[in-house]
Write a protein that binds this ligand. Structure first.
Ligand SMILES: [Fe+2]
Ligand SMILES: [Fe+2]
Length: 186
């Protein structure tokens, strides 16, 4: 049976990928229609990527899962180092994207392409990051970590989530639902 910690990581990847796709769709739609995008909606999506990825998802991976994989499987150190560095870079990339989006909004369409290019690189990078975790790191971890390791991790994930501000994860779920429902075709 798949450990709960793995299920949680994969579910969060699905949600993050959904928001990344929604970002891409909004920007594509604006380019094709020649109309400005819904900047507030784009900002909400970047906010989700920042908060959900940085404060919840990356924390679970960097502080709980990766250290245990490091202990059990030293061969994975180089890939874990790369993933950790990407967590750090992803967080500053979202700040840069927020700035670039603001530039598009206040300076006009001449700044659209710069945002699009930056967003495209961010989306590709983040999807690739999740792919490495799902196709390589998690399967190896499932081979090398014991049942005790997984039950320790499941408990630690639950504890870490419990220590987050009361409404943190519920609030993120509500924001995710809002983003997805705004994306539904009308
Ligand atoms: Fe990650
Ligand atoms: Fe991840």
């Amino acid at each position: 049976m798949q450990p709960q910690a793995v299920t949680l990581i994969i579910e969060e990847h699905r949600a993050l990928a959904t928001v990344l796709r929604a970002l891409r769709r909004s920007v594509d739609k604006a380019r094709k229609s020649g109309e400005p995008p819904d900047f507030d909606e784009l900002r909400a999506m970047l906010f989700y990527m920042d908060e959900m990825a940085a404060r919840v998802h990356h924390a679970n991976e960097s502080e709980l899962l990766f250290p245990l994989i490091r202990e059990r499987c030293p061969a994975l150190w180089p890939v874990l180092d790369r993933l950790l560095a990407e967590h750090g870079r992803g967080e500053s990339a979202v700040r840069d994207l927020e700035h670039s989006l603001m530039a598009w909004q206040v300076m006009g369409d001449e700044r659209r392409e710069a945002f699009e290019l930056m967003l495209g690189a961010y989306i590709e990078g983040y999807l690739g990051h999740m792919e490495v975790e799902e196709s390589y790191v998690l399967p190896v971890a499932m081979d090398y970590l014991s049942a005790e390791d997984w039950s320790e991790l499941d408990a630690a994930f639950t504890r870490q989530r419990g220590a987050l501000e009361g409404s943190m994860t519920r609030g993120h779920r509500e924001l995710f639902d809002r983003i997805v429902s705004n994306q539904l075709p009308t």
